[in-house]
Design a binder for this molecule. Structure first.
Ligand code: SF4
Length: 443
């Protein structure tokens, strides 16, 4: 028994070491936790010093095991906290770099102007002050908000003003795209086409180009206005009709479009068959397959659908065709280019997935209440990490948050108890299709 207790003492001490390493992240937490660790090791030492009978020793060993479990959970929580704080530091660091670059550019321009005009003219009354990066983003967001609210005329006016005010903005190609799109929504196909062609000509490298190419429409005369969608292809694993098993759309008859390929390898992935293979299909033929299944709700999934460059064009084409569209994405790729009519279901990968380092935190600023954020959790450490992220990033103020247990690893009732105990404002979900049909592909 002394041998067992010696091992436990060593374990207690080794658990205290990571706590010490996390000290820089959160001294208050560490100070709260260390006495617990010391109590654990102290209790073990007391057990060694006293010569207890086997009957007396059994409860002591159980107590020590419980204390070690408590310490493990605390270490996991502190690690999660450290990761969140590291991300916040990264974000601040990047913001500072951007501001510095902006300031540097403006100082350079001022120096050039001073050289060109030695006698400075007094600024005209009421002239505009130089806009900073925040004002630029705010102007773009305001115009996009008009588009999202279906006020296309206002969106056109605001995006045109944006292009005049910030002609060199990195968001200029997007503004040009949304102008064309707004005319399209107003059924002014001729003007829409002219603006989309301007996008292709002036910003050929823009990520919006595949969207513009993918847009297909006909004028009232029936003549095809944009016919480049025939040239767009996608790699497809399967198209099938099932019930949506997750999200706020659970239970709805839905056409699933599973695109092939994924750059991630989550440890518990349930669709590895989508990593390779599949067949190449054109966009029109895929739209025809979807239409043949006869339901109005479509979910584009994978794999990682956004790994295919023509996925945004597919999503836009589906929205244009009148479908209610959702996209399931790993959260590792940029979601900002996705058509705003699509509901984006964005994963945040927890540590047990093995892919937490791939989380693209910049995506969060692009999400809206129309989107949903999903965590898949394998154990208590994952849950504690997710809870910290939810609080630290105010996720429930951005989009509805979903928690799912990894099938066969975390008992659903256990996760439900944790959510209730913490009064966590999230939606816990089970995969309805797996309850109904198990892991059968195509269901
Ligand atoms: S992102 Fe999705 S498809 Fe890719 S490995 Fe993870 S669970 Fe599987």
């Amino acid at each position: 028994m002394k041998q067992v207790l010696s091992v436990l003492v060593v374990a207690g001490v080794s658990l205290a070491a990571p706590l010490h390493l996390a000290q820089a992240a959160d001294m208050a937490d560490i100070n709260r936790t260390l006495p617990v660790a010391q109590q654990g090791t102290g209790a073990a030492q007391a057990g060694l010093a006293g010569e207890q009978s086997p009957v007396q020793q059994t409860p002591s060993v159980l107590n020590l095991l419980q204390e070690i479990e408590t310490l493990k959970a605390e270490v996991a929580r502190l690690r999660g906290l450290t990761e969140v704080q590291a991300h916040q530091l990264d974000t601040l660091d990047k913001r500072q770099t951007d501001l510095y670059a902006d300031l540097d550019q403006r100082l350079t321009e001022l120096a050039k102007q001073a050289q060109a005009a030695p006698v400075a003219a007094a600024p005209a009354a009421g002239s505009a002050t130089p806009a900073d990066a925040q004002a630029e983003t705010a102007a773009y967001d305001a115009a996009l908000k008009q588009f999202r609210e279906d006020d296309f005329s206002a969106a056109i006016a605001e995006f045109k003003t944006f292009l005049k005010t910030y002609p060199d903005s990195a968001l200029a190609p997007n503004a040009q795209y949304w102008i064309g799109y707004s005319y399209y929504a107003l059924k002014d196909y001729k003007t829409s086409l002219a603006h989309q062609q301007k996008l292709l000509a002036v910003y050929p490298a823009s990520a919006k180009v595949p969207h513009a190419r993918g847009r297909s429409g006909k004028s009232p005369s029936g003549r095809a206005e944009v016919s480049m969608s025939d040239a767009l292809t996608l790699r497809l694993t399967e198209v099938f009709l099932s019930l949506q098993g997750e999200t706020s759309r659970a239970g709805l008859p839905t056409v699933f479009v599973r695109l092939t390929g994924c750059p991630l390898r989550c440890r518990w992935c349930d669709t590895p068959y989508s990593f390779q293979g599949g067949e190449t299909v054109t966009l029109p033929s895929l739209l025809a397959q979807i239409a043949a299944l006869g339901v109005s709700t479509v979910c584009v999934t994978g794999g990682e659908p956004l790994a295919q460059k023509n996925c945004p064009a597919l999503l836009t084409a589906l929205c244009d065709a009148g479908y209610s569209v959702s996209l399931e994405t790993s959260g590792a790729l940029d979601v900002s280019q996705v058509d705003p009519r699509v509901s984006r279901i964005v994963d945040i990968k927890a540590p047990e997935s093995g892919e937490a380092a791939r989380n693209r935190w910049e995506n969060l600023v692009h999400l809206t209440p129309n989107d949903e954020i999903k965590f898949v959790l394998a154990n208590r450490a994952d849950y504690d990490w997710a809870r910290e992220v939810i609080h630290a990033q105010n996720l429930t103020q951005i989009s509805p948050v979903l928690l799912s247990p990894v099938q066969g690893e975390l008992p659903p009732a256990q996760l439900a108890d944790w959510v209730l105990a913490d009064r966590l404002p999230v939606r816990m979900q089970l995969q309805l299709h797996k309850i109904l049909w198990g892991n059968a592909p195509g269901k």
